[in-house]
Design a protein around this ligand. Structure first.
Ligand SMILES: CC(C)(COP(=O)(O)OP(=O)(O)OC[C@H]1O[C@@H](n2cnc3c(N)ncnc32)[C@H](O)[C@@H]1OP(=O)(O)O)[C@@H](O)C(=O)NCCC(=O)NCCS
Length: 167
């Protein structure tokens, strides 16, 4: 099970992480460290989390195993410049704006799972029939997706269930 906390209130990423970890995980005054590519973590704690924001929403996934988390608003249009970078078989299953952002967030959640960068991995990753391919090879990455309030979310990680909580 992974917990998803979200808010529409204005906040900064690090403030939101600190608030959730101190309020719900009993980590008083958490000190946020950043990996080389900027993925936040807490030193010495067996807690994994990843934050995403889009338009008004800020959302944080927190669990006991590594996680990558991404969301996008569904109010926008599919971006042709990005769509062109999807592979032919991905394009064949992108039939709507929701499909487009489902693919986008799946790819990004995989990249964020590894704390990688879009610049390094975007062109090497593919999301097809619910699976992630890296350099054309099927990976065992697990992607869980859901829609809420006109946003689409992708969770990359070994989680079968999620729990949503508005804060
Ligand atoms: C993180 C990244 C993969 C996706 O970003 P995005 O889809 O625009 O943004 P999201 O809202 O989903 O996620 C951003 C949050 O993820 C976290 N994060 C930052 N870098 C991360 C990484 N490499 N892996 C996982 N999570 C990361 C942070 O909490 C960040 O919030 P903040 O930027 O407000 O501090 C992308 O920004 C990236 O490639 N970053 C690497 C460093 C870089 O290239 N920076 C220049 C960006 S122009």
């Amino acid at each position: 099970m992974i917990d998803i906390f979200y808010t529409y209130d204005p906040t900064t990423s690090d403030d939101f992480i600190r608030m959730i970890l101190s309020r719900y995980y009993n980590i008083p005054k958490p000190v946020i460290c950043k990996s080389f590519n900027g993925k936040p973590f807490i030193e010495g704690r067996k807690i994994h989390f990843n934050l995403t924001h889009s338009k008004q929403i800020t959302a944080l996934a927190v669990g006991k195993k590594r996680v990558g988390f991404d969301c996008e608003s569904l109010t926008g249009k599919a971006r042709p410049a990005v769509l062109n970078k999807f592979t032919d078989r991905e394009k064949s299953e992108i039939l709507s704006v929701a499909d487009f952002y489902a693919h986008w967030t799946a790819r990004e959640s995989y990249i964020k799972f590894y704390g990688e960068t879009l610049a390094n991995l975007w062109r090497k990753v593919e999301f097809y029939r619910g699976n992630i391919y890296l350099r054309g090879e099927l990976t065992d990455a697990r992607i869980t997706q859901f829609e809420m309030d006109n946003y689409v979310f992708s969770i990359c990680g070994d989680y079968s269930k999620f729990n949503l909580r508005k804060v």
